[in-house]
Every structure is written in C-alpha cells, then in structure tokens.
Design a protein around this ligand. Structure first.
Ligand code: FAD
Ligand code: EPU
Length: 337
C-alpha cells in the first residue's frame, strides 16, 4: 500500500480546485480497500472515498485519508436470449464502459454517453441524461460496509433510487463503499429518442439504420455543444437539481412569467433550474476566477485559479436570488466537501 502525504487534489477533481489531501492512496481491489480502511482506523483517521471527482466541490483541504477507487473489470456474469448481465468494477470509467457496451451491441446505456466519473459513483446519485437513468439498467451492486468491513449486495429496491438520489446519499450516507455494479443490458435495443434534440441530430446525420453508436454519437454531440469540457474549464456539470413544484404554484408563476417552462410529472411540475438562473441574470457572469457558464447557467465554473469557497458563496447568492424572484428553493446536486 502506497500512502502519499499532503498531495494536491487538483488533478483529481473536475472543478480543478487546488485543495490538499492529508493522506492519499489508490486501491485496485477489495482487499487493498480493506487494507487502507484498517490503516486509517488504526491511526484514528477519517476516510474520504474518491471516484473521478466530477461531482464534488472542494471547499477545504481534506484532513483524512482519500481513497481513490480504481477497481477495474468488465465481466459478463449471465446471459439469456434477451438480456446480458455485466458486472463492472467500481473504478472503471463510466464512458469507457458505455463505449464497451456499444462495441458489444449491449443496449441500454447509450443515452448516458460522455457522463464523467466512475461506474462506482453512478448509483450514488442515480446518474441520468436524455431520458435514461442508471436505475433503468441496474441489476445490483456490491458494497463494503465501512464499519464491519463486510460485503453486502444491494438490489434496485434497496438502493431507493430517485431523481439524482439513492439510499447512499441519504440514510446510508458514508456507510458503504461501492466496489462493483452489475447492469442488466439488452441484446436488442429499445431506443429512447424522445428526449431533447436527439431525434433532430439523428435526422440530420443519418438516413441509414439506427445503431447504438449513432445514438451515442448524437448524445455526445449535444452534450459537447452545451456543457463545458472540464479539461478546458473546471466544472462539475449541473450544480443544482431541477426543482419540482406543485402544479398550482407553477400556474401562478405562469401568470407573471408566461414563458416559464415546465414538464408535467406525476409529482408536480419540473422547472429547469437553468431557466430560473438565466432569468435572474446570472448567465455568463464572471467574478474573478469563477463564474456561471455562458451556454448553460446551471453549470458553475472555475476559470483556473478559483477557490471552492468562492464557488459555494456564488451558489448561495444564486439560490437566494431564485428564491426571491420565484419562491423556489434550488437544491445542490454537487457534493460539498
Ligand atoms: P466523485 O465526484 O468522485 O464522487 C461523488 C460522490 O460519490 C462523493 O460523495 C464520493 O465520496 C462518492 N463516491 C464516489 N465513488 C464511490 C464509491 N465507489 N462508493 C461510495 N461512494 C463513492 N451527472 C448526471 O447524473 N448526468 C449528467 O448528464 C452529468 N453530466 C455531467 C457533465 C459534466 C461536464 C460533469 C463534470 C459532471 C456531470 N455529471 C452528470 C455529474 C457526475 O459526472 C456524476 O455525478 C458522476 O457519477 C460522478 O462520478 P465520480 O466518480 O466523478 O464521483
Ligand atoms: N435553459 C435556459 N437557458 C439556458 C440553457 C437552458 O433557460 O441558457 C433552459 C431551457 O428551458 C432548456 C432547459 O433549461 O430547455 C433544460 O436545459 P438542458 O436541456 O441543457 O438540460 P438541464 O435540465 O439543464 C439536465 C440534467 C443534465 C443532463 C441533461 C440532459 C439535471 C440537474 N441536469 O440538464 O445532467 O445531462 O438534463 O438530460 O437534471 C448533471 O446532472 O450534472 C447533468 C449535466
């Protein structure tokens, strides 16, 4: 086990925030993970689990042992005429797994192309995009109980998936470390093209047979046109979740703001947070080294030398202004550290 001391986490978070880890190690097996946990326990040191660092905001140095999960492996564990069950190590890069599935003609994750981060973090907030969420292709996961060091398997119901939610962000927060996820993918695609501009982009691109690759390419194209590339400009994707308000509240707001968008859901109306933030005048605003992205105001950015605390303060000002104008509370999607 190689434990490093006082290392900068700048290369390990997509916001590119320059905070330090007191101790840092990478693990590529469950055994190494247990060894690292015991090391920390013996010294009375807290542990922080890191995947690809694409959904965290570092507001301070981490005075703990940061364990970067690098457990790899993509293995078919079962198949029948319709489905294929694939077990994936928590440290695999999510997009590489999607590309691997597409190459093998396994359908179900193509709409989730180009989401940064690791497979192990994907159930944490039930990642989603373009009409699909991880829960739609999820079979089970294995996780290590941090206290007992025992392995537990979770099925979909036990994960309590919701919109950008799971049991691991709530009741079981900080209790388990995900070591692998098993997905149930389809041998015959069931394309989901109803969301956003996928159909338009596909129509311009192709008149031939629809393939998983074509759908993935369309999603990648749309994402690249909207979202900043963390390699060029620090960010963690959507900073807030899209809020859902009651239909009555939405109809009232519509009287004042006739153009307010809203998506009718069983639980109420989902309003795009990007629109609310845009209406409050934040889009493209820069404050020194941090700001609000010029194409997608739901994305807060670090131009290079920004500080996590500044980003936090900016996010609070945005929340306040949206609340004052619309009476809607924006809940952060990003994990504050
Ligand atoms: P990290 O940021 O490393 O960790 C996130 C949280 O999970 C932390 O609390 C960490 O402690 C915990 N964690 C990580 N791994 C494990 C593990 N193995 N076991 C237990 N806990 C763990 N998200 C979407 O849902 N949809 C999108 O379309 C989307 N687009 C994005 C676009 C951009 C440009 C960026 C930068 C981010 C985007 N995100 C999106 C957010 C992000 O990609 C996801 O949340 C992703 O799943 C985070 O993975 P990660 O490995 O980077 O997690
Ligand atoms: N909008 C504006 N002004 C803008 C941009 C957008 O008003 O400058 C409004 C428009 O009404 C637009 C709407 O916002 O129709 C929605 O924008 P977009 O299609 O870009 O999607 P989003 O709701 O902002 C969500 C997810 C993304 C996911 C995409 C595609 C959340 C919090 N975000 O974004 O996930 O990739 O849909 O499915 O649900 C992430 O979670 O990090 C993430 C990037």
């Amino acid at each position: 086990m190689n434990i490093q001391e006082n290392i900068s986490l700048k290369p390990f978070n997509t916001f590119s925030l320059d905070k330090k880890a007191r101790f840092f190690t990478s693990v590529n097996s469950r055994e190494q993970l247990i060894e690292a946990l015991i090391w920390a326990r013996n010294l009375g040191i807290e542990v922080f689990i890191l995947g690809g660092g694409s959904n965290i905001l570092l507001t301070q140095d981490i005075n703990s042992l940061v364990i970067k999960i690098e457990i790899s492996g993509i293995d078919v564990v079962k198949e029948n005429s319709e489905f294929i069950w694939v077990k994936v190590g928590a440290g695999e890069n999510w997009h590489n797994f999607v590309l691997h599935a597409i190459e093998n003609n396994w359908a179900g994750v193509e709409n989730l192309s180009l989401i940064p981060g690791t497979v192990g973090a994907s159930p944490m907030q039930n990642i989603g995009a373009y009409g699909i969420e991880v829960k739609d292709v999820f079979h089970s996961l294995r996780a290590l109980n941090r206290a007992s060091l025992e392995q537990k398997e979770f099925n979909s119901e036990e994960c309590k998936f919701g919109y950008r939610e799971s049991v691991f962000k709530n009741e079981l927060k900080g209790k388990f470390i995900i070591t692998s996820v098993t997905f149930k993918l389809k041998k015959k695609p069931n394309f989901n093209l109803d969301y956003g501009a996928i159909k338009e982009v596909l129509a311009v691109e192709a008149d031939s047979e629809l393939t998983l690759r074509a759908v993935s390419d369309a999603v990648i194209k749309i994402r690249q046109s909207k979202l900043p590339d963390p390699k060029e400009i620090g960010n963690a994707g959507s900073f807030f979740k899209n809020p859902t308000i009651s239909k009555d509240s939405w109809l009232k707001l519509q009287q004042t703001y006739p153009k307010i968008p809203g998506y009718d859901l069983p639980e109420g109306m989902k309003v795009p947070a990007a629109w609310l933030i845009d209406q409050c005048g934040w889009k493209g605003k820069r404050f020194g080294e941090i700001g609000v992205h010029e194409n997608q105001p739901l994305v807060l950015v670090n131009f290079g030398q920004g500080d996590g605390l500044e980003v936090k303060l900016l996010s609070e000002k945005i929340q306040q202004s949206v609340n004052e104008k619309f009476g809607i509370d924006l809940i952060p999607e990003v994990n504050f550290i």
